[in-house]
Design a binder for this molecule. Structure first.
Ligand code: ATP
Length: 269
């Protein structure tokens, strides 16, 4: 069961070139996470402490996990991911213990990047369900704070977390010496959308497809949706038994993916 809640990858294969847009955000993350691992002498020379924890926030599917993996790749660090929501919902009664194990594992596998996805599940201001889980969630959060307070930010472990509910986070998590660097991961603008479409259609056979026009008609789409558009356009061409993907496959795919998303959103509001 431990294995499922913690996902471990030795230096993931994702590189920065596989991320569309987010140039400034990647630069910030490199300075805060990668350089303390790869060039610690600079921080010593200048006499500045690197940030302890880095929180990426923004809509789901915008590339937060992707950035964390790319940083681990670049720093040749072990990537250890833990899902805050799984921790709280699947492993009831084990949360605090698992957090302790997470940091033990990181020390054993250093240099390491610990990535806690959906941290709001562990560190929300209010427990929205009001069940008996809340005392347990509180214990898990306390353990996380204790682990963060207990380690040296010049060491070989960096902590990253992601959330799409930054407004809901317990302020205790955001105090100096904890998640003290916040980086917003925005929705891609037109240019970034074009880059993302290019990345995800790189290996596909396209025939006269104007990806720039697809980028223009997908305002508001996330990276994950644009990846779905490419995949769906490919499937349309497969269904036609065609030799290449045409513009119409892409426009049909946009309609399909965007309709699904809109329906999805309605279901939650
Ligand atoms: P969540 O909050 O749902 O975990 P996330 O922000 O961590 O979302 P990712 O898991 O990084 O999102 O993105 C999901 C997938 O969408 C990625 O594996 C990637 O294929 C694609 N994707 C998202 N953003 C980008 C991007 N900026 N460039 C290229 N691909 C992207």
């Amino acid at each position: 069961s431990r294995v499922r809640v913690m996902e471990l990858e030795e230096s993931p294969s994702i590189s920065y070139t596989q991320i569309g847009g987010l140039t400034d955000e990647i630069k910030e993350v490199r300075e805060a996470v990668e350089y303390p691992l790869t060039k610690p002498e600079i921080f010593r020379r200048i006499g500045v402490e690197p940030p302890k924890g880095i929180l990426l926030y923004g809509s789901p599917g915008t590339g937060k996990t992707l950035i964390a993996k790319a940083v681990a790749h670049e720093a040749k660090a072990t990537f250890i991911r833990m899902s805050g929501s799984e921790l709280v919902h699947k492993f009831i009664g084990e949360g605090a213990g698992l957090v302790r194990e997470l940091f033990t594992l990181a020390r054993e596998r250093a240099p390491a990047i610990v990535f806690i996805d959906e941290i709001d599940a562990v560190g929300s201001m209010r427990t929205n369900d009001g069940t008996s889980g809340s005392a347990e969630v509180q214990r898990t959060l306390m353990q996380l704070l204790a682990e963060m307070d207990g380690f040296d930010n010049r060491g070989e472990i960096r902590i990253m977390a992601a959330t799409n509910r930054v407004d809901m986070l317990d302020p205790a998590l955001l105090r100096p010496g904890r998640f003290d660097r916040l980086i917003e991961i925005p929705l891609p603008d037109r240019n970034a959308r074009l880059e993302i479409l290019k990345i995800h259609s790189k290996k596909m056979h396209l025939n006269d497809v104007r990806l720039d026009m697809i980028a223009s008609m997908t305002d508001g789409a996330t990276g994950a949706e644009l990846q779905a558009v490419c995949r769906e356009a490919g499937m349309m061409a497969v269904r036609r038994d065609a030799s290449a993907i045409e513009m119409k496959d892409f426009t049909d795919a946009v309609r399909k993916v965007r309709t699904e998303t809109i329906t999805d959103t309605r279901m939650y509001t």
